[in-house]
Write a protein that binds this ligand. Sequence first.
Ligand code: 5GP
Length: 184
Amino acid sequence: MLTREKSIQGVLFSSEEIQTRVRDLGQQISTDYANLENPLILIGILNGSFVLCADLMRQITIPVEIHFMSVSSYGSGTESTGIVRIDKDLRVDITGRDVLIVEDIVDTGLTLSYLRELFADRQPKSLEICAFLDKPETRQKPVEVRYIGFSIPNEFVVGYGLDYNHYFRELPYIAILKSEVYQG
Ligand code: 5GP
């Protein structure tokens, strides 16, 4: 069993820093999408983004809907496979709607570029991405991300919805995982 004491190297963003940034993102999104004809559609990418979605949604002051899609790209390790599997598709028609994909982290960019193409084919009125964390150093495929919470170095992070082998999603802060945990 992994414990916080054994596995966490240090805190990258405290709960307070996260909440301040989420509030700013919510305000920015509310301003950018003011005066829509229909509610903004948030698409949360499960599992990692569920905590962010809950917080972000409550900081958005315009009408908003939330829907979830479940994809997996990593298996249980820490290296991207480049293969995106859809575990649960959307159950809403996004044709002609304003859509904002909400993702926990963009790393290689493979997941989000795949999802962007997938959703673009469904002909929304507009399509943008909000990723809470960005690792620019490890990008393999360029992807346009309109809203970014924080850019971070190439470290494996957990907490605030992000896991390592299902551990640590519950942390209210974002922390760096010790490399010996995933290097064995
Ligand atoms: P990408 O396709 O951009 O390489 O990866 C996106 C997905 O990889 C994220 O949704 C997330 O599930 C996973 N991922 C990438 N970096 C990290 C990280 O540092 N920590 C965790 N927990 N997951 C990560």
